[in-house]
Design a protein around this ligand. Structure first.
Ligand SMILES: NC(=O)c1ccc[n+]([C@@H]2O[C@H](COP(=O)([O-])OP(=O)(O)OC[C@H]3O[C@@H](n4cnc5c(N)ncnc54)[C@H](O)[C@@H]3O)[C@@H](O)[C@H]2O)c1
Length: 429
């Protein structure tokens, strides 16, 4: 395979990369150290980038990844389904990063083992499948010494979260970057707002409220010839073993902002309610369409959290932090602080989906790994414990959720029958 010409780098960016490569090599010679194969401080290295999970987000993520550094090429795409791979390849090969894509040279992998092919082929991988598969994909990527962009959530159950925590610990030892798709952490305005909060702008946090009230999402009608497994994987949103339910899959973005405000200290426990009122048909699998969960922290602070996916209802996607000296509102990209100190973000706009990849590739080039493992695992567990509480009708502690032996989903992946579990009935489990 040939390397693709650099077409979108400004001369100054190229010079900078050249210069840093000289510095990096000089440093290596002086110290007598050999850089491990996954360290790519030399900007002239062409990094091979790949994607596992060729859906909507994955296609966006690989496009952002390819835009993040001049010396990249798309090396591999993986998905359970060939049609998904072909679709992503077509979009990326004709999109803004087409110069980094030679469609005929991109390796394509399908079936459930596709991830091994992609990871073995690439230096950096984007993980964007349904979250059930993330722990295994991340573990393999770290084992093989690859840098990772890891979409949220990172698991759907306690065993999955424990696996991700362990992978991220090993990644730290190996000096690998793991950047999380909890994209708000990379948004300038939210970062600055949270910094203001952490610097005391609203005093001590007393309570938080986060809402993700939105419409229903897409679904795919069952086609002739699809096994249960194919139907479920293609409609993964509606099966808890694949998505974690929507309070995990979608609402994690809101929970993560509460967690961030609390410096990622885990809540002690939570108590939740939920159910399905409008999405009652079999085409919606067995997940709920609304949740309301209260999280409690060691110091008595509570996070009041709600999410809903129902058509025709009023939307509200917002986060509010109530402090002893004021309130921080994080609403629809506009943020403001009211109280003793009034403040509104006035900095530059930001495409958080691009920023997260810019920082990932910068960290790889500079040999300064980013590891978002702790917060992406903790916020995922917060969401999972909320679901556990709503499904059972019982208070769930952090330790119970983290140490839970409940592993969701089949233990082997085959194109055959997979029964749909009944809708969870609180009080019966
Ligand atoms: N950060 C964000 O704002 C954001 C936005 C949307 C989605 N997401 C996350 O990205 C992930 C993907 O969501 P999406 O909207 O792209 O869904 P999608 O259905 O559009 O894409 C998922 C793809 O993964 C494939 N897939 C399923 N199982 C697989 C496996 N074992 N190996 C390889 N491929 C597999 C599917 O065939 C599909 O092509 C989810 O975790 C979702 O929560 C994040």
């Amino acid at each position: 395979m040939t390397d693709h010409p650099v077409t979108n780098a400004s001369p100054s960016r190229r010079d900078f990369l050249k210069q840093s490569s000289v510095v990096a090599l000089a440093g290596t010679a002086l110290s007598g150290l050999v850089l491990p194969s996954h360290v790519h401080a030399a900007g002239s290295d062409v990094l091979k980038v790949g994607l596992i999970g060729c859906g909507g987000r994955g296609t966006g993520a690989i496009t952002n990844a390819l835009a993040a550094d001049p010396n990249l090429k798309l090396a591999a795409l993986g998905d359970t389904f060939g049609d998904q791979v072909d679709q992503t390849l077509k979009i990326v090969a004709s999109g803004p990063q087409k110069d980094k894509v030679n469609a005929e040279e991109v390796h394509k992998f399908t079936g459930f083992d596709n991830y091994k092919g992609v990871i073995d082929t690439c230096d950096v991988v984007c993980l964007a499948t349904p979250p059930h598969f993330r722990p295994a994909h991340l573990a393999y990527a770290v084992e093989k010494g690859k840098h990772v962009f890891c979409e949220k959530p990172v698991a759907v159950d306690g065993p999955g979260v424990r696996s991700v925590l362990e992978s991220c610990r090993i990644a730290k030892e190996k000096g690998l970057s793991i950047v999380s798709g909890l994209c708000w952490r990379y948004h300038y305005s939210i970062k600055e707002t949270l910094q203001q909060v952490h610097d005391g702008a609203i005093g001590e946090i007393r309570a938080m409220q986060c809402s993700y009230l939105t419409q229903g999402l897409w679904k795919k009608a069952r086609r002739e010839g699809w096994s249960d497994m194919e139907y479920q994987v293609r409609n993964w949103l509606y099966f808890t073993w694949l998505s974690g339910d929507h309070n995990t899959e979608q609402h994690i973005h809101s929970l993560d902002k509460g967690a961030w405000a609390m410096h990622d200290e885990p809540p002690v426990s939570c108590s939740g309610v939920g159910g399905r009122q409008t999405r009652t048909g079999a085409e919606y699998g067995h997940i709920y369409d609304h949740f309301d969960v209260v999280y409690e922290y060691k110091n008595g602070v509570k996070l009041f959290s709600r999410c809903r996916q129902q058509d025709g209802c009023e939307p509200d996607v917002s986060d509010h932090l109530f402090g002893s000296k004021g309130t921080a509102h994080i609403i629809s990209h506009r943020v403001k602080i009211e109280g003793e100190k009034n403040w509104t973000y006035k900095g530059p706009p930001c495409d958080m989906y691009q920023t997260e990849h810019d920082e990932l590739f910068k960290s790889i080039r500079e040999g300064k790994p980013i590891n978002n493992g702790d917060y992406m695992s903790r916020s995922t567990l917060m969401a999972i414990m909320g679901r556990m509480s709503a499904y059972t009708g019982k208070t769930v502690t952090w330790d119970q959720a983290l140490n839970s032996p409940e592993r969701l989903g089949p233990t082997t992946y085959e194109w055959g029958p997979v029964p749909t579990p009944p809708v969870a009935m609180p009080g019966l489990a």
